[in-house]
Design a protein around this ligand. Sequence first.
Ligand SMILES: Cc1cc2nc3c(=O)[nH]c(=O)nc-3n(C[C@H](O)[C@H](O)[C@H](O)COP(=O)(O)OP(=O)(O)OC[C@H]3O[C@@H](n4cnc5c(N)ncnc54)[C@H](O)[C@@H]3O)c2cc1C
Length: 525
Amino acid sequence: MKHAHVIVVGSGIAGLIAALELSRGFSVTLVTKSRLAESNTRYAQGGIAAVMFPDDSVAEHIADTLSAGAGLCNAAAVEALCAEGPQRIRDLIRLGVEFDRTGAEFSRGLEAAHSYARVLHAGGDATGLNIELALVNAVRAARVEVLEHTFACDLMMEAGRVRGLEVLSPGGVRSVLTAEVVLLASGGAGQLFAHTTNPKVATGDGFAMALRAGAQVADTEFYQFHPTALAVPGSFLISEAVRGEGAVLRNEQGERFMQRVHADAELAPRDVVARGIAREMARQGGRAVLLDATALGAEFLARRFPTIDAGCRSHGFEWAQSPIPVTPAAHYWMGGIRTDLWGRTSVPGLFAVGEVACTGVHGANRLASNSLLESLVFAWRCAGLLLEQGIDAGLPEWTSDRVFITAPDEDQRTESLTRSALQQMMWNAAGIERSGDGLRDAAQRLRRARIEGTSVESLESANLLQIACVMVEAALAREESRGAHFRTDFPETRESFRHDSIYARAPAGGHVPAGLEREAALPWR
Ligand SMILES: Cc1cc2nc3c(=O)[nH]c(=O)nc-3n(C[C@H](O)[C@H](O)[C@H](O)COP(=O)(O)OP(=O)(O)OC[C@H]3O[C@@H](n4cnc5c(N)ncnc54)[C@H](O)[C@@H]3O)c2cc1C
């Protein structure tokens, strides 16, 4: 049986940084289900936000992040993010990332809800790819054992502590890797929805594994929908930076409808723009709205946004000549495995960083370009803690324990569900606009649902089903609208809901400790 001090799951920015740093003091095995360079990180376009210019300040970055988070941010996490961000950017540069420059200065992009142009980018709109490839090179050169095309199935537990990981290797062979620590950096779950900007690997496996192992999860109802994906099968992200540079949204009549919706029009917070587009689409029979970047000129668009320029052309659109059809798509999950500011979860030996984790740094809504930074900063902090305190770095100290225990209910799972049916159900019931009726109906169907098969795809779909259950339960329980969570039956923000929603699986035997406020029936594998 293979053994390492630490197993890292995932090879996006969070996993690569963690593996790299941890390899300075520990034996590290990095497990990733596709090739090493495949991740959400790879597709990030707009850039990474940090205070790198003298006219900007950490206080302003903090204020913008808190404001986007709609009252639910963990202030200490936001402070760590914004204060440590600049040093981590310098570390990325040291590791080989070349951010774009205008003369000697970094080029700076403006994105929605940032009060300063503080978004660094690389290769124009290929920021994620540049970061990913630089870190992959660094990891290849480090003392990290890399297992590609290896699917992490479940955590191996012993006496309530993580002792390793069950994996499916390329030939379909199941085995166990043992370790003192498993660090989940397995990214988000965009594949939960029918329309998403996320690649195929984003199936929330790490979240589902942690849930099965009894970890607390937080704020799962908060999912951010990106306002502008190209309206083609498979979706293709059109970065917010395009609107930051001056592109505008128009309806079929050519009107700039966002000016009617919000004072900041196209640069209003993401959820506002996504809802504005969804409603305008509803008004025009479901047809996509138009993103008009023609005023920016062909030469500028090709230079500043080479990836999008090529992507548009490959789908038959000349965006310098005429507006392109766009629609919202599932993009980023604010919720995740509940962690403290060092990646510690409620399960001994289990750590989580990056999009799979919920530090509370994004609150109810993420500020654009803060997620690459989050992965970078908190992966670094987590590795730092383990290097400093050793492998037994303890459990987090949490004060506000509002845990809603969920109880397994096997008998109800009578209906077979396909992944595409699940994705459509989630898009309709738990998408940009939600209602009590829609969520209740989805919750009932999810409780009856089961996923057939034992292939990797079936295991991913089963994970998605578990995530869907928790997300729908949390969305149903939150009878208000806040940040990215919008309820048509509760359109106002309510002070009584100014708290995180925290769930965990009931302990073995289904015993629910006294005093817990709510119980829900979820289908477990
Ligand atoms: C199109 C697009 C554009 C974006 N643009 C920006 C942007 O401009 N700025 C910004 O800040 N953020 C952006 N984001 C969000 C950002 O890219 C992600 O939040 C961030 O990259 C997450 O990094 P991560 O390391 O946590 O996860 P990821 O980069 O998603 O990596 C997760 C890794 O885990 C692996 N994995 C998953 N499950 C398993 C399993 N069961 N077994 C083994 N391995 C597994 C995956 O293969 C992958 O390697 C964008 C996202 C997308 C999709």
